[in-house]
Ligand binder design. Structure first.
Ligand code: F6P
Length: 518
């Protein structure tokens, strides 16, 4: 069957679809077929609007797109990042895959990081870390730092400066003393405007402590040295680690120092366990494959334009922001690997922590048009020693997925409103259409191991979807144009020039210039 024929079949099945609630009645094995458990993570796909037949058809599509071959190439270290001619081996950072040489380099770096982290922790000289980086050099460490708080207290206070907005760096150093602050400049390229400016600002703030209290993490040692970091203070990683996949590398050094090498090691182990699951399990029992193919169904067959992710755990409230980069920078593409129109690819990924979101955008999820499929993520263990809060939190999580699916039919609303003078106007407004799909992912706890498992699950989901859409998930050409124009505009503004711009942009530049000279 060709790819188009697979999609045609899926569309036919969608045309015959019945309500999700009906699927529970007609498919006695639904829970067995639609729930996959791996280590501390259980994913329940049964509330998706996918019949058993459609599930099988999705798996055939995956096989028809040569997913198994692509997966083998990924783990073998083939150059699957074709447009940049690079291998993609973040799994090697978790000691899964990669050549002997790669494994040796990774082990040496991991030891260097752990020794350094232990030395800083033992010496007690530093009280604070300012982690300077943006995008993949920020979102992962930030998410993980919050999540590690569930199980451990940081030995040092960890602050982040990412945005080029001066407020970011000002807030990061507020109340700190240069003497006992370690600044870590993290940039794969060491060419990122925001990071260099923030690095310079923090260097100025460190004053006489700059040489001893500033280190760097990068895949471009030369640029870090040019920036003024001494060679022995640079921690390397490799071009086969994509920025948004880099938290597992020396990019996570701040985490190792603050929370200890053991926690970080468990985090890597959790991801490695998911790598092995993804690599070894057949497609039909494979968690990342099921998560990805569910997304393909919702996006390409049902036509949803966005995907909500709602963590019912404050400690991973930054997961949606992390996933925005992971998914949208990876698969937000319109052209295939071979240069053709790709059709519909990555949906908008968005979300916020539950229950907060319930008091904001859940109205739209329940009754808005067209709504969005939701990934609910919950943690079964109460890490806060607040059993009543935890029970309420999880009750809300479970209730929301149930409400989205069940809805509330108009006849029930009419029964409740019987005798009301405005019943015809009110009843449809109070009706919930239901049949809105969701997946519920539960973690036994929010240990570093479970967190590693969760993040690696989504990393591999992104890979699978990239294979189905036939896009290169590992480049990001779309971020370049804006960067180039920003640097042109900045240099023109510095010289007091207006340059050659469209009338709207030119007027904005003149507005700022007039504001500065007033
Ligand atoms: O602008 C996008 C991007 O290149 C991301 O891919 C990357 O994570 C981020 O910028 C930061 O890049 P770097 O780590 O090289 O500073």
């Amino acid at each position: 069957m060709t790819r188009d024929e697979h999609f045609k079949r899926l569309e036919d099945l969608a045309g015959q679809a019945v309500a999700i609630t009906e699927l529970f009645k007609t498919e006695p094995a639904r829970i067995a077929n639609f729930v996959i458990t791996e280590g501390p993570l259980r994913a329940d796909f049964s509330k998706q609007a996918i019949s058993e037949q459609a599930r099988q058809a999705l798996l055939s599509l995956a096989a028809g797109c040569h997913l198994e071959e692509w997966r083998a190439k990924l783990f073998a270290g083939d150059k699957v990042n074709t447009s940049e001619d690079r291998a993609v081996l973040h799994m090697a950072l978790r000691v899964v895959g990669g050549s002997r040489t790669v494994q040796k380099e990774v082990k040496a770096m991991r030891k260097r990081m752990a020794d350094y982290a232990n030395a800083i922790r033992d010496a007690g000289k530093f009280k604070n870390i300012v982690h300077i980086g943006i995008g993949g050099s920020d979102l992962g460490p930030r998410l993980v730092a919050d999540a590690f708080e569930a199980t451990s207290e940081p030995a040092l206070n960890l602050c982040f400066a990412e945005n080029v907005d001066g407020a970011s760096v000002n807030d990061a150093v507020k109340g700190l003393k240069p003497k006992d602050t370690l600044a870590i400049v993290v940039s794969k390229s060491f060419g990122t405007q925001e990071t260099k400016m923030n690095g310079e600002a923090v260097r100025g703030w460190l004053g006489k402590y700059a040489a001893s209290n500033m280190i760097a993490v990068t895949a471009n040692r030369g640029r870090a040295e040019d920036f003024g970091i001494s060679a022995e203070n640079i921690f390397d990683f490799w071009d086969w680690v994509g920025g948004r996949y880099s938290v597992w590398s020396a990019v996570g050094l701040s985490l190792q120092i603050a929370y200890g090498p053991d926690a970080f090691d468990q985090f890597l182990k959790g991801a490695a366990a998911m790598d092995m699951h993804f690599r070894d399990q057949p497609l039909q029992e494979n968690l990342p494959v099921m998560l990805a193919m569910t997304g393909i169904w919702n996006r390409n067959v049902l036509g949803y334009t966005s995907q909500a992710v709602i963590p019912y755990s404050r400690r991973i409230r930054k997961f949606p922001a992390f996933l925005q980069q992971l998914e949208m920078e990876s698969n937000g593409k319109r052209i295939t690997r071979d240069g053709h129109e790709a059709g519909l690819t990555c949906p908008i990924v968005w979300g916020d922590e539950g229950t907060n979101g319930q008091h904001a955008f859940f109205q739209w999820l329940h009754q808005g048009t067209p709504g969005a499929p939701v990934d609910f993520v919950a943690v079964l263990k109460d890490h806060e020693n607040r059993p009543a809060h935890h029970a309420a939190l999880l009750a809300n999580c479970f209730a929301q997925s149930e409400a989205l699916m069940l809805g509330k039919p108009e006849y029930k609303v009419r029964e409740e409103l019987e005798g009301h003078s405005e019943i015809d106007a009110l009843a449809p407004q109070k009706t919930f259409p239901g049949n809105r799909p969701s997946t519920t992912i539960t973690l036994d706890d929010l240990s570093p191991f479970a967190l590693g498992h969760l993040i690696a699950l989504y990393e591999h989901k992104v890979f699978v979807q990239g294979v189905i859409w036939n896009v290169n998930s590992f480049d990001q050409w779309g971020v370049e144009l804006g960067k180039v124009l920003a640097s042109t505009i900045l240099s023109e503004m510095e010289k007091g020039e207006t340059g050659d711009h469209d009338p709207s942009t030119a007027a904005l530049m003149e507005l700022l210039s007039a504001h500065h000279s007033s």
